[in-house]
Design a protein around this ligand. Structure first.
Ligand code: ADP
Length: 282
């Protein structure tokens, strides 16, 4: 039971990957059922807390590293649950969550990467993007919000932008949470059937659902054109919530481990400070 190898290897988009062929109920790289998956998520979470504290300490002592989790997915794919799981296990002090919705008038007046740059994680921070600059080649394309001549060059621009971000010390973990249309129907139905979930429901969700194929095509092109060596995409089958939460926890844990950080060495003379503490009178 457990991961049969690095989760990133099982989930990373390989050349020729076809989203249409994905089994969204599968659990690539993971051998085990729900209970074991949940236990593993909790266990990894305890390690994540330690790793993130190390990253925070690194940032506080002049280090330049950070980690950015970029989450994309159709409505109800479970982005919120993944964010709660991952961020619920670490110290809120060192994290920065940004959700990107329809651009505000201020944002819309700027280049589409303007609001993204402003939200990049500071050194020592674990940043999470709930939606991202990819909306500018997804919803914008599918809904025809700008002409093709405008969105088409964005793939190259995004690759160059992400390279710059990586070179400045940020590890980018890109995750597409992939659900099936059947699972989405089930989740939307549950939302509509439960009054305390009505606040989450917007009629536009069904409009987007009706363009499912167009979105799949747009996502496929995102995977084909922006899964780079410096910032590869991972596709996480998300019909089983316990698996998507486990997988993203694992991917973030690995990214933090990959920074290979040590606890900063203090310049304080610990012995003499202890002596001062003992001698201090209150
Ligand atoms: P969520 O659906 O993630 O819970 P919201 O209800 O705030 O969050 O929805 C965000 C909406 O904003 C989505 O419909 C998304 O397509 C849209 N959006 C995000 N970025 C852009 C963008 N750059 N241009 C147009 N719409 C966008």
């Amino acid at each position: 039971m457990g991961w049969s190898g690095p989760a990133a290897d099982a989930l990373r988009v390989a050349p020729g990957f076809d989203l249409a062929d994905l089994d969204t109920r599968s659990t690539p790289g993971w051998r085990g059922k729900k209970r074991a998956g949940r236990d593993a998520t909790a266990a990894r979470g305890r390690e994540l807390a330690d790793l993130q504290e190390k990253l925070y300490a690194h940032g506080r002592t002049g280090g330049d590293r950070s980690v950015l989790l970029v989450l994309q997915g159709m409505d109800t794919a479970g982005k919120g649950g993944v964010v709660r799981t991952v961020l619920g296990m670490v110290d809120p002090q060192g994290v920065a969550l940004t959700a990107f919705g329809v651009p505000t008038p201020e944002e819309a007046a700027q280049h589409y990467l303007w609001r993204i740059r402003r939200a990049l994680p500071a050194p020592g921070t674990l940043g999470v993007f709930d939606r991202s600059h990819y909306e500018d080649v997804l919803v914008v394309r599918v809904e025809g919000l700008v002409p093709v001549e405008t969105w088409e060059p964005r793939f190259e621009e995004i690759n160059a932008f992400e390279r710059e971000v990586v070179e400045s010390g940020t590890t980018i973990v890109k995750v597409l949470l992939a659900i099936s249309p059947e699972e989405q129907a089930h989740r939307l139905r549950r939302r509509l059937e439960r009054p305390h979930k009505h606040w989450k429901y917007v009629p536009e969700d069904i409009d987007a659902r009706e363009r499912w194929r167009d979105y799949q095509q747009a996502y496929q092109e995102v995977l084909d054109r922006t899964s780079t060596e410096h910032a590869p995409w991972h596709v996480v089958p998300a019909d089983r919530k316990w698996f998507s939460r486990l997988a993203v926890t694992e991917l973030v844990g690995r990214a933090l481990e990959g920074l290979d950080l040590d606890w900063p060495v203090t310049e304080v003379d610990v012995e003499s400070e202890l002596a001062r503490l003992e001698a201090s009178e209150v």
